[in-house]
Write a protein that binds this ligand. Structure first.
Ligand SMILES: [Zn+2]
Length: 425
């Protein structure tokens, strides 16, 4: 694998004439043997993509390549927009060897600085695998996610374009069972917020420290956020132009979140058809994070093989029904574990098996991994398709993912914002 420096500028400044500085855009021309349009679910052949200053300027067959353009020959590859993962945790590596796969202990033992370094490695691995945009949904200690996003934006380290949630807001206890003599040990992983004042404070502090959307956990305690609680969060977040993602593990949690008008339900583990229909009618996205058996085994310690199988099948059944009903869906993996022989990026791509197992057409899966996720993140005018005016987030692979979704595991070329990050010759 070859990588070019992120600092390699996408354009060059040339001095011409009598001391007049002229900045001339460097054009990149990508020759695409096959170009997939996920929104339409179609592919066209022998296309040319012109990129200038990180932005796609033109796409079409038989486009003239400007003199002096840098030509990237992908004429034997399939080219498509970069992938999205709408539910990631870059700054969390649950360590099954040390902590028995319990991220409560992991979060206690790994401080913010180390979490940020994990984020650097994971973000790079995601980009290598073809993910050019991610939604980091919290569990980043004390805002390691904000620092990671800043470092990526500044070009200090390679990684996808990121949205991040900051500290997760949840009813008292968050996703942990606390110990009454050490009540603070869930901090800073979670903001416990039960009253309106606490909710407003948590939202504002998150925004102040760099969150770009709000993540709430609805229902991991026996007391759960009511529709009114969640509506308050949605309205307060909207004042700052932010969307709300809601972790819902139970049916009641999903019902409350849908009634309150969140942007997305995360996991949606227990959603009967009626509730899926409510989500569809309300235009609420489902980011299903259908755990593979490997993910369940590595993340939830102590389950039997039968329990692992059953939970996985519950996810696959819900994925199949949500697709049949037509709930808007965006791809999200929720990978937090590490596994020998895999990176965070290649582990994320193991989730492609779920689409095949659930019988989801490849074109629909590709939409969930591109245009749908861009819509959920409010990025449709910037990313998620190969079209003039959008950021040049472009990947290539030898196979055709419309015929074989698993071809996405063979990504050979990654460009983000017009800069080539990976090109396997
Ligand atoms: Zn998650």
């Amino acid at each position: 694998m070859k990588t070019t420096s992120l600092r390699a500028a996408a354009f060059c400044a040339m001095l011409l004439g009598l001391g007049v500085a002229v900045v001339q855009a460097q054009t990149i021309a990508i020759q695409a043997g096959r170009l997939v349009d996920p929104a339409a679910g179609t592919a066209s052949t022998d296309q040319v993509i012109l990129v200038e200053d990180g932005i796609i300027k033109a796409v079409g067959a038989g486009l003239a390549i400007p003199a002096g353009a840098t030509v990237i020959d992908l004429s034997d590859q399939t080219v498509m927009p970069g992938l999205f993962d709408a539910h990631t945790h870059m700054c969390l590596n649950v360590n099954p060897e040390r902590d028995g796969g319990n991220y409560f202990f992991t979060s206690l033992l790994d401080p913010t600085g180390y979490r940020a370094i994990q984020g650097v490695a994971n973000a790079r691995a995601m980009l290598e695998a073809g993910f050019t945009t991610i939604r980091d949904i919290g569990n980043a200690a004390n805002y390691a996610d904000t620092d990671l996003r800043r470092a990526i934006d500044e070009g200090l380290v390679p990684g996808p374009t990121m949205h991040n949630a900051g500290r997760i807001i949840a009813p008292y206890g968050g996703q942990f069972q606390l110990q009454q003599d050490k009540r603070d040990i869930g901090n800073p992983e979670y903001f416990y917020a039960d009253t309106r004042d606490e909710l407003r404070k948590a939202i504002r502090e998150n925004i102040h420290f760099g969150a770009t959307f709000i993540k709430i956990v609805i229902d991991d305690q026996r007391y759960i956020y009511s529709p009114d609680d969640i509506r308050f969060v949605v309205e307060e977040a909207a004042l700052a132009g932010m969307k709300v993602a809601a972790h819902c593990w139970t049916e009641q949690g999903a019902r409350n979140a849908i009634a309150a008008g969140v942007a997305s339900i995360e996991h949606g583990t227990d959603m009967p058809d009626e509730v899926l229909q409510l989500a569809k009618d309300a235009g609420v996205y489902l980011v299903g994070t259908e755990f593979t058996e490997m993910a369940i085994r590595e993340t939830f310690h102590g389950l039997s093989d039968q329990e692992i199988h059953d939970l996985h099948q519950q996810f696959i059944d819900r994925l199949r029904r949500a697709h049949r009903i037509g709930v808007p869906m965006a791809f999200g993996s929720d990978v937090v574990f590490v596994k020998d022989g895999y990176t965070r990026g290649t582990l994320t791509l193991t989730y492609l098996d779920n689409f095949i197992e659930a019988g989801i057409p490849a074109a629909d899966a590709l939409r969930m991994m591109t245009t749908n996720a861009a819509d959920l993140m409010g990025l449709s005018a910037e990313r998620g398709a190969i079209a003039p005016g959008l950021a040049a987030d472009i990947i290539a692979l030898p196979g055709n993912p419309l015929d074989d979704l698993l071809a996405l595991r063979g990504v050979s070329f990654v460009m983000k914002d017009g800069v080539v990050f990976r090109h396997d010759w």
